[in-house]
Design a protein. Structure first.
Ligand SMILES: Cc1cc2nc3c(=O)[nH]c(=O)nc-3n(C[C@H](O)[C@H](O)[C@H](O)COP(=O)(O)O)c2cc1C
Length: 306
């Protein structure tokens, strides 16, 4: 799975769903893409209201499925289910700071505070599947506990193949600039994450010893950025990309869910453009797919065939 100098698409809950991944893939045929985080409880329980529990990845190319949870056996079961669904690798979330995950569930970033549990989960997941396993973590819990190296050493001992490191602590959430430590000498390749936006960041990551980079928020409204950073170009007609993305979302979720869900994407795609505030206000009131299609077509002056 892992090759040197790859540019990964980061997991973004509520964003990197199957429709968004399809759009990323159109611009970056070979990029490794991580799914939104998937709860091991929800997945193993087969909760029907969560569509991603039933995704198949066979036709998606290099897609890693990210799981979160604190239950060792359930995490292993979840990894097996995702392997059977065609995921190319399994990623374990060890960085999510939101209270629902990191404190109440004892998962995500909480695993940075409990290295024994983290080790037990990594060990069980690696043993459960034949595909590679990675982890995604942060520098540590807070400024006084930047012990990412310890966690990476445990990961390597468990057979984890590589790790993405977000250059912030749990306490920092998403605030302040990400700071990437020098990672020369780690036993497994480390992917730099946090504020990756341009070609300069790729060079900086390589200098610091990283094996690649992972792009998160820079993809919002610009799902072509990974393709662009890999030598491709931005689309000549953004409107047709937006319309295609909407069609994929309608196909996947159905109009009742897709239309309101697409509002944030419409806002991101149109950010900074003339009359975008007005466009956003109108889109935020829409519930009908045809109306939304027409508004997008008019705003960008295009249709699906463009
Ligand atoms: C809306 C949103 C959702 C996220 N969801 C996840 C997630 O499901 N799993 C995860 O490991 N990280 C998640 N993250 C963290 C990102 O993957 C990434 O580590 C972080 O945004 C820093 O990278 P960036 O500066 O390139 O955005 C999320 C971040 C945002 C802003």
């Amino acid at each position: 799975m892992f090759n040197d100098k790859q540019i990964f698409a980061a997991p973004l809950a509520g964003v990197t769903d199957r429709p968004f991944r399809r759009i990323i893939r159109e611009f970056a045929p070979n990029a490794p893409i991580v799914t939104e985080m998937i709860s091991c409880h929800s997945l193993v329980g087969g909760h029907k209201n969560c569509l991603r529990n039933f995704d198949r990845y066979d036709d998606e190319g290099a897609v890693g499925a990210q799981i979160f949870g604190a239950d060792v056996a359930l995490m292993a079961d979840a990894a097996r289910i995702l392997q059977d669904a065609g995921a190319k690798w399994i990623d374990i979330n060890m960085g999510c700071p939101v209270p629902k995950v990191a404190t109440r569930a004892g998962a995500g970033a909480f695993l940075m505070r409990d290295h024994r549990l983290a080790g037990a989960i990594m060990d069980a997941v690696v043993r459960a599947v034949q595909i590679p396993v990675s982890v995604k973590t942060r520098l540590g819990w807070d400024d006084n506990h930047k012990d990412w190296r310890d966690l990476i050493n445990i990961a390597a001992d468990c057979g984890v193949r590589f790790a993405a490191l977000h250059g912030r602590t749990r306490a920092q959430l998403y605030l302040g600039p990400a700071v990437w430590p020098d990672v020369h000498g780690t036993p497994i390749p480390i992917i730099a994450n946090g504020d990756v936006r341009g070609a300069d960041d790729l060079a900086r990551a390589a200098d610091l010893g990283y094996g690649g980079v992972m792009v998160g928020r820079a993809m919002l409204g610009r799902p072509w950025i990974i393709g662009q950073l890999s030598g491709g170009s931005a689309p000549a007609n953004v409107g047709s990309v937006v319309l295609r993305h909407l069609e994929y979302a309608l196909e996947y979720y159905g109009a009742r869910t897709a239309v309101p869900m697409f509002r944030k994407h419409a806002a991101w795609y149109s950010a900074g453009m003339q009359n975008s505030a007005d466009f956003r206000i109108r889109v935020n009131q829409m519930t009908d797919a045809d109306e939304l299609r027409a508004a997008i077509g008019k705003f960008w002056g295009c249709d699906l065939t463009a």
